[in-house]
Design a protein around this ligand. Sequence first.
Ligand code: GLN
Ligand code: ZN
Length: 773
Amino acid sequence: MIAHNLGYPRIGSHRELKRACEQFWANKITCQQLEDVGRQIRTDNWLTQQQAGIALVPCNDFSFYDQVLDLSLTVGAIPPRFQPLLDSAEPDDDHLTLYFAMARGYQQNGLDLKAMEMTKWFDTNYHYIVPEFSKDQSFTLLSERIFTQFDEARQTLGVVPKPVLIGPVTYLLLGKEKDVDFDRLDLIDRLLPVYEQILSRLQTQGATWIQLDEPGLSLDLTDAQRAVFAKTYARLRGQFPDLNILLASYFDCYGDNLNLALQLPVDALHLDLVRCPSQLDDILQTDFASKSTQLSIGVINGRNIWINDLEKSRQTIQRVVNAIGSERVMLAPSCSLLHVPCDLANETAEQGLTPEIKQWLAFARQKLDELATLTTLFNDPANASANAVLAANQQAITARKESALINRPAVQNRVRQLTEQDAQRNASFVDRQAEQHAHLQLPLFPTTTIGSFPQTDAVRANRAKWKKGEKTLAQYDDFIRQETEQAIRWQEEIGLDVLVHGEFERNDMVEYFGELLDGFAFSENGWVQSYGSRCVKPPIIYGDVHRPEPMTVRWAQYAQSLTPKPVKGMLTGPVTILQWSFVRDDQPRRDTCLQIALAVRDEVVDLEKAGIQVIQIDEPALREGLPLRRENWAAYLDWAVRAFRVSASGVQDRTQIHTHMCYAEFNDIIQSIADLDADVITIETSRSQMELLDAFARFNYPNEIGPGVYDIHSPRVPTTAEMIDLLQKAGDVLPARNLWVNPDCGLKTRHWPETTEALRNMVQAAQTARESI
Ligand code: GLN
Ligand code: ZN
């Protein structure tokens, strides 16, 4: 039995790739220097995997930005606007300028090219660059990287590596049609010749295995789409009878694509047994044993950071071995390790992860060791060191189950005792609205912002100094107080109606709360690629969540003390905190979410007690938590909505609860958004020029709503006229008394000059709209 890997983190264990890319973009290093960093990371990764005992090491899992973009470049799917860069390409940089232009846009040499769109990779927090396909799309082999990196890996390893490529059908599924009247899957016949060229060259170079990632098989597919899979793999098989093809899907069950997957003429099928343990039995119940297809058993979680229960995995593997024989089994992580941090060994800081928590964690490097141990336990059951590792692993698993760090009976009881009433405001929205209007006395089209104001260099520098101990807490607090006061004065001056304190004290909307809650831990180096050079360091929720003391009341109260106008309390909602963290795997996500909801609820109640009349609970991640398959949506939405309602329902009717969501497809979850029953929702709409609002209008969305009237993602200052126009459009489809006026999202990434100008124009737009009614 051998272990293989589906992919390894490529940012480097100290984010070397991030630094190098950003320096290259700033013209501080040359293309050659960037290439050197890339090669070094690849070499380290390959050797690390080989030394850990991985027999089939992946190559082509490296990328300077994104693996989908790499493939678009490789197969020559270059949107027409980038043609000038294609024409002017330098022969020796293998289209690096074009590549980064597609990812990030290009404004040089008289060209102004918009970047390609970016969206989430399945249900992960990783974003890929969406391929753009035209009706007359052609494909041609454009980049040599996959071939040079194969040779590079082979030389480094001294054995044949396994190239990884996104499969042709999933590649097309991930893209977007730029013309209206065609189906991108129809492009398969034009795409396959390029794949065949790639496979054929790799085979000539010596490749024996190729991994084709087809996570599209985890989605709901039509019969026609399934037929494309069947046709594609029949054709590839026919062309490459001697190349071993490993087909990998992950992140969910094959589900009703299982029969299709089992019939595809491939040499090995990968199973994500973490997300879908049940499919193992489904497969073993078929005549699978009588075939020769190998199974790649994804037993190690590639999406989370907990140690594997090696004994449990051993039993699973044994079951497969008993059914089909060990020579047909390969061990693997459930998916690429791209989604977990690099190496727990880099967690050395004293204030960082405690030894007790660390023994429960495995990052990418440690997951390789787990794979190796499991392999050894099968190939050499008496192996002393593997058995010692197994024993220690079982001890850590037991210790984790019983740890006082994790278990807070009071929290568990509170979740168990939650009632329908706890998820329900006292009065209906209509009655609350009347009370809130009487109490808050806001004008028609009230103006507000989403929470954060520019996190200037000074704000960041002060926080960094405080963290490093170069400033005392008192000094840091003083600084934050000044920033907050300035923000309040300034909001009063321009005439906003509902003010915010500005979130100057926050590093990040999830991390800030995680740091103040029990049950959360923070790594020092646990970075995971989010997109391009951007990395995130998700908090680790390891235990029952508990709020030891109020988290935001002090700042909210201070800000409110400065002004007679209402200041919004500002909280991150339970679903978003859950979604952007590594979540414990020893209880359902739902239960963890409800624990967080209770902590937020207590904060909401405390804010109300402290005199805060308007409280916003941000839930930008509600939509992205949706399961991949529709059949699982209802169950998720049910608990997610409930968690929000639990967090929001502890207050009196006259306290106004806001929520905020960033850009998302709202159409298909509009009922659930209404079910949140927030008094006011602010949403990002300006990108689609209020089209999104139609979804709310068609649904007769009952509560108040603030469609963002300007796009905060760009430094461009919107004119008053533009915003009046958007307001009018909103007023055409929704009742005026329900409308708020606000930007699209928080302003933390903006600078003050454009922010002040834009908000002045916005207040002016609201004023004009009021007068015209
Ligand atoms: N209140 C947060 C802010 O303004 C909301 C951010 C978000 O929606 N992602 O920054
Ligand atoms: Zn937002």
